[in-house]
Design a protein around this ligand. Structure first.
Ligand code: NAI
Ligand code: MG
Length: 364
């Protein structure tokens, strides 16, 4: 069998981002070795808040050009209490998403085997929660337009402009319908707030209806206001499948989805450039968790699930079975009681990682 080498840019970042990126690369190398048909060549970039405090920058000037030489980017987390969060996010993760044309963020959620769901009805009907949240990843509320005038005085003025473009909306809607088409329930729920936000969100709705016409009889769809959506996610999880929402709305809803599925430490995300002209980026949805950083107890499951999605993306259909095997290994380990504290267990990050590697060797 000929072997493919995938070049991966690893950016561990801050806090538990470092622990879980280490864990993910160990698991990915084990998976590649067990499979035999591919390997990973990791290059680690020390772009972090700690380094920013030392040298005054997160990424070097040619940072994007360096990333472009890779097949994919694996990202841990960025953010540390010594640096304002808007500086860290806007110096690293957000510019990567926009510069690399990663206009889709895919966030699957389901209740993994043996994970305890916090709501009794979900714990009983575990299959009810099986969603893919499609987050618009390039504009909307995170467009970065705005400014502050008289920032230090009593007359301070700040604007934060949400930008919605027809091109940006249309491509995310199309991606969402294509995703829904391939899912068992073939349902798409569009989230909006076009009752109160009467310009950008109205265009969001309008373009959605236009794209929806192309999927008549193929994908069933409905529309929700974002506030009511939080209620539906809790009370009627089985009524949804694929969900499309703006940058901010999907960010919030996916944390709720992760909590309903058992822990924020489990949830993965893929920042995709569907055109494949730039490398896509894979990262768990959680942050750097300063409260547990350095303790060796971070849950690596979200990082492993993100790694599985990276394998799926790189394989372009040829490595789906391998990605599924990684998911099976993760679930088996959790079922064997090897879990971190946030999942009700007592194991360390390293114990979970070693157990997943052993399970991969047994399965693949
Ligand atoms: P967070 O996700 O880091 O933590 C929220 C809570 O969940 C904490 O109690 C934490 O201990 C727990 N938690 C998170 N991941 C966990 C894991 N893998 N295992 C066990 N417990 C876990 O969110 P928070 O506290 O709002 O943000 C902390 C920093 O991370 C901030 O600087 C924020 O800006 C940054 N951040 C970065 C993101 C990124 O790089 N993509 C995403 C979200 C936040
Ligand atoms: Mg978030």
């Amino acid at each position: 069998m000929s072997s493919t080498t995938y070049k991966i840019a690893a950016i561990p970042g801050d806090g538990i981002g470092v622990d879980i990126t280490d864990a993910a690369s160990q698991v990915l190398n084990t998976l590649a070795q067990a499979h035999g048909g591919f390997s990973f060549d990791f290059m680690t970039f020390d772009w972090s808040s700690k380094k920013y405090l030392e040298r005054g920058w997160y990424m070097p000037e040619d940072g994007m050009a360096q990333l472009k030489k890779h097949d994919a980017i694996y990202f841990g987390a960025v953010g540390w209490p010594d640096v304002p969060d808007h500086i860290s996010l806007w110096s690293l993760i957000l510019p990567i998403r926009t510069s690399m044309n990663q206009y889709v963020n895919v966030r699957p959620t389901r209740i993994l085997k043996s994970v305890t769901a916090p709501l009794a009805q979900l714990q009983k009907n575990r299959k009810d929660l099986d969603w893919v949240i499609i987050r618009e990843n390039s504009e909307g509320e995170y467009a970065g337009q705005g400014g502050i005038t008289h920032g230090h005085g009593p007359n301070a003025i700040a604007t934060e402009l949400a930008i919605f473009t027809r091109v940006g909306i249309e491509r995310i809607m199309r991606f969402a319908f294509e995703t829904a088409k391939l899912r068992p329930r073939k349902k798409l729920t569009m989230v909006t707030k076009s009752n109160a936000q009467r310009h950008g969100m109205v265009l969001w709705d309008k373009v959605f209806y236009e794209v929806a016409k192309e999927y008549e009889g193929v994908v069933e769809w409905d529309k929700m206001l974002v506030d009511a959506m939080t209620v539906r996610m809790v009370n009627k999880p089985e009524s949804m499948d694929t969900i499309v929402a703006t940058n901010l709305h999907a960010d919030i809803l996916s944390d709720l989805a992760a909590a309903l599925a058992g822990s924020i430490g489990i949830a993965p995300s893929s920042n995709l450039d569907p055109t494949r002209s730039c490398p896509s980026m894979f990262e768990p949805i959680h942050g750097s968790a300063p409260d547990i950083a350095g303790k060796g107890i971070a849950n690596p499951v979200g990082a492993f699930w993100s790694a599985a999605e990276m394998v799926r993306w790189l394989g372009k259909g040829d490595l789906d079975k391998t990605a599924d095997q990684l998911m099976e290994a993760i679930e088996n380990v959790s079922e064997n009681g090897i879990r971190t504290r946030d999942m009700g267990g007592e194991s360390s990050t390293k114990e979970v990682t070693d157990a997943v590697c052993k399970e991969i060797e047994a399965i693949v």
